[in-house]
Design a binder for this molecule. Structure first.
Ligand code: ADP
Length: 491
């Protein structure tokens, strides 16, 4: 154990399962620290102390400190918890004005809230050092909600390297550059920033990309996709600028996410009625499917499902355009998701025309998601882009074959024809063809069974990826040391 805690990593995001989860980021934030501790990294987590978390868990208050925001001193309460067999320490930061919910209304309000959280996280580092005798070696930030941290650290000239992992480049946190005043950033750097961005807008993720010591994303293919020189949207200018300014360290690295099999295994899943594993999956899946179809008043047929946020990215509209094909194949479709009201309504509209075959649940329902993975024969993932995607990996563990767009992490985790099907991203025609191909495969039992068994045995645990993170942390710290030595030589 002597060398085991030589790396001390503080990970931060706006969500972390099992305390608060809204999507794949929550899964990753719950699982990665556990996996890191298993390979001897002292990983800890910090997230806001939303009311929901307080009500559900009631953590222990271990201290408090102050930060200056909007020109005033604001109190932060520190609460501590531990989770998983690995006993991961997690800190929750409380402030009754800013950190009550992740869902404050208003564009600038939301980015102000996270700017406040970011400042509080930076201050937590010194609080931990003084009060817990724990000095973080590196801060691992995730997505735009924590992407101002590298800028704040630069601004305060702290000697703390940062890794920014992009889980979705589409969410950037755009808002008024007034944010910098709230943070008390008034010197040369702020002036440069204000000049450097169009009009008065600040792109929070963009600043993270420029200021972080290293930037990574959640699959090698997505890393390549977002690094392509042909990308035109403004956020790509930040990536290009980083590449130019930091050459050769400006590159975005891709490390594939893993799945937490403590949570996502049909053999130990308490949300599902009949547990099963790779040895008895046929009976197990059949029993779960019968129960679910009965509950939803659907006839026993081939079962396709969709689970995901109802936003343009996830392509549920593409799937709904293929409903006549599914009906022709005499299949059922169950859709679980919530999000954009327009996408929700048009999904329901199509479903209403095919009441014998389709059910739609407009909800965020953890238990129902587990039941769908356990009962379905196929899951359709028609994403227009997908940084990593966890649902294909989760569903494979439950013997549910993914039919997915050939993009991002979907391309990196699905072997077409072996443990899933890939089709051309965005193509309705190819999606329909893939659905027909899948149903044909299902009809040839020996082939379909081989596919299910292959899928169930594909290893998407964190074992491999966690070593890549560990190596990356070490590499970043090595660079930081070199930088310090260089700077002190110059002095
Ligand atoms: P993203 O992070 O883009 O939402 P991922 O595929 O990476 O997509 O992760 C999605 C995670 O969120 C999975 O754990 C999935 O089960 C869960 N999820 C998505 N939508 C719902 C929903 N409506 N109800 C319950 N869980 C959901």
């Amino acid at each position: 154990m002597e060398n085991s805690h030589s790396l001390r990593i503080l990970l931060t995001a706006y969500e972390c399962a099992p305390f608060y989860k809204r999507g794949g980021l929550g899964d990753v934030m719950g699982a990665l620290p556990k996996a890191l501790r298993e390979v001897g990294v002292d990983a800890r987590v910090v997230i806001p102390y939303y009311n929901m978390i307080r009500e559900a868990n009631g953590q222990k208050r271990v201290g408090e400190y102050e930060v200056e925001f909007e020109g005033k001193k604001r109190k932060i309460g520190v609460y501590e918890g531990f989770y998983g067999e690995q006993h991961v320490p997690i800190y929750f930061l409380e402030n009754h004005a800013y950190l009550v919910t992740d869902n404050v209304r208003g564009k600038n309000k939301r980015i102000e809230q996270f700017a406040f959280f970011n400042l509080a996280v930076v201050e937590l580092v010194s609080w931990l050092s003084k009060n817990k005798d724990w000095k973080a070696d590196l801060l691992h930030c995730n997505d735009w909600h924590t992407a101002l941290i590298p800028l704040i650290i630069d601004q305060k000239q702290l000697n703390l390297p940062t890794l920014l992992t992009i889980h979705n480049l589409n969410y950037q946190g755009k808002g008024s550059v007034r944010l910098l005043d709230l943070l008390g950033i008034e010197d040369q750097e702020a002036m440069e920033l204000k000049r450097g961005v169009p009009a008065t807008e600040l792109n929070v993720l963009g600043e993270g990309i420029l200021h972080a010591t290293t930037v990574s994303t959640v699959s090698p293919t997505y890393a390549r996709e977002i690094s392509s020189e042909n990308n035109r949207r403004p956020i790509y200018d930040y990536l290009r600028r980083r590449k130019q300014e930091r050459s050769p360290n400006g590159k975005v690295l891709g490390i594939l996410n893993g799945v937490d099999y403590d949570v996502w295994s049909p053999g130990v899943d308490h949300y599902i009625k009949t547990q099963f594993d790779a040895t008895n999956w046929e009976q197990g899946k059949k029993a779960n499917k019968q129960d679910l179809l009965l509950e939803l008043g659907l006839e026993e047929r081939l079962l396709f499902c969709f689970v995901g946020r109802m936003v343009g990215q996830k392509g549920v509209d593409l799937l709904m355009s293929a409903v006549p094909t599914l009906v022709n194949l005499n299949a059922n479709l169950i859709v679980l998701g919530s999000g954009n009201p327009a996408v929700e309504q048009s999904t329901v509209r199509v479903a209403q025309q095919h009441k014998d075959n389709i059910r739609v649940a407009l909800a965020y329902d953890e238990k129902f998601a587990h039941k769908l993975y356990a009962s379905s024969d196929f899951i359709v993932i028609p994403s227009r882009f997908e940084p990593c995607g966890l649902i294909q990996m989760i569903s494979m563990k439950y013997g549910t074959i993914p039919i997915a767009s050939n993009t991002g992490g979907l391309s990196d985790s699905i072997a077409d024809g072996r443990n899933g099907f890939l089709f051309k991203t965005g193509s309705k025609h190819d999606l329909k063809q893939a659905l027909r191909k899948a149903s044909k495969r299902y009809a040839i039992k020996a082939e379909y069974n081989r596919m299910v068994e292959d899928a169930m045995q594909t290893d998407f645990s964190w074992k491999q990826s966690v070593l890549e993170y560990k190596r990356l942390y070490q590499e970043i710290m090595g660079k930081q040391l070199q930088k310090i030595r260089l700077e002190s030589n110059i002095l």
